[in-house]
Design a binder for this molecule. Structure first.
Ligand SMILES: Nc1ncnc2c1ncn2[C@@H]1O[C@H](COP(=O)(O)OP(=O)(O)O)[C@@H](O)[C@H]1O
Ligand SMILES: [Mg+2]
Length: 250
């Protein structure tokens, strides 16, 4: 008999796409070989005490999965969760066919006439983060790498019967999705939300030359889509000041 922690799909091929400090990320399939999925695996850490290690693995895995489910149930664009095995540290989720906002911005900003497309992405990014914060979810690692643009709509696990297969859309037109809620939390604190925005701002400034204006567009859309954003915006000023002081001290 299979042990309770046996892999749900033992023979499914997996392709490693990222090895982070905390998790291994694979492209795989779920239930059917035609349904692409992402597997995020938090491997056991042999240097940690086994009981503590298991508790941490379970806690982080469940925390990320719960935030994804919570966000999605509130209409915030995040990948759908397919399956969780917290003891193994596994989350299977919807595979997003597309690229990170970081990569798309790099391409668009390097090409002639990408401006309008960039503007539209900025607006949708602000709206997504605004929705997230309005739901009192703080991302915890909000960078342009952790926002994806879906460039192809495939029939996924949760797709309806009438859903078309493989409809490709332009890079700038695809749906935006927030990914990687591994450091996220539920919080009503303005400080936490302001730090989210600050982290995103730093990510913009360090990777994109004309980022100041772009980030301004993000913030405008953020404020429009999040009615309670005023105190967060005020707090962002404080967080920026602290950041500046810190960088002066060294
Ligand atoms: N649902 C998904 N569909 C497709 N690609 C994804 C998905 N989630 C993550 N990725 C890709 O895998 C990378 C790592 O995933 P992420 O959740 O950000 O892990 P980490 O915590 O290691 O940063 C992402 O930058 C993205 O390129
Ligand atoms: Mg990430």
């Amino acid at each position: 008999m299979a042990s309770p922690t046996a892999a749900p799909l033992p023979d499914t091929p997996k392709e490693l796409i990222k090895q982070g400090a905390e998790a291994l990320v694979y492209k795989t399939t779920y239930l059917l070989p035609t349904i692409p999925a992402l597997l995020k695996l938090r491997p056991r850490k042999p240097y940690r005490h086994p009981a503590l290690d298991l508790r941490l693995t379970k806690h982080r895995c469940l925390s990320e999965a719960r935030l994804l489910v919570r966000a999605r149930s509130l209409g915030i664009p995040v990948p759908a969760v397919y399956f969780v095995d917290e003891a193994r540290g596994e989350i299977f989720m919807e595979w997003i066919e597309g690229s990170s906002v970081r990569d798309i911005l790099d391409q668009l900003l390097a090409s002639e006439g990408g401006e309008a497309a960039v503007d539209r992405i900025m607006v949708r990014m602000g709206e997504a983060v605004g929705k997230l914060h309005a739901a009192d979810i703080v991302h915890g690692d909000l960078t342009t790498s952790n926002v994806m643009v879906r460039t192809s709509r495939r029939k996924g696990l949760l797709g309806g019967a009438g859903e078309q297969e493989n409809v490709d859309v332009g890079q700038a037109e695809g749906e935006l999705l927030l990914i990687d809620l591994g450091l996220g939390s539920v919080s009503t604190a303005e400080e936490d939300k302001a730090v989210d925005l600050y982290v995103l701002e730093r990510a913009f400034l360090s990777t994109h030359p004309r980022a100041e204006r772009l980030f301004g567009d993000v913030l405008e859309a953020y404020q429009r889509s999040y009615k309670g954003s005023k105190p967060v915006m005020r707090r962002l000023q404080d967080v920026r000041m602290r950041g500046r002081k810190r960088s002066m001290i060294g």
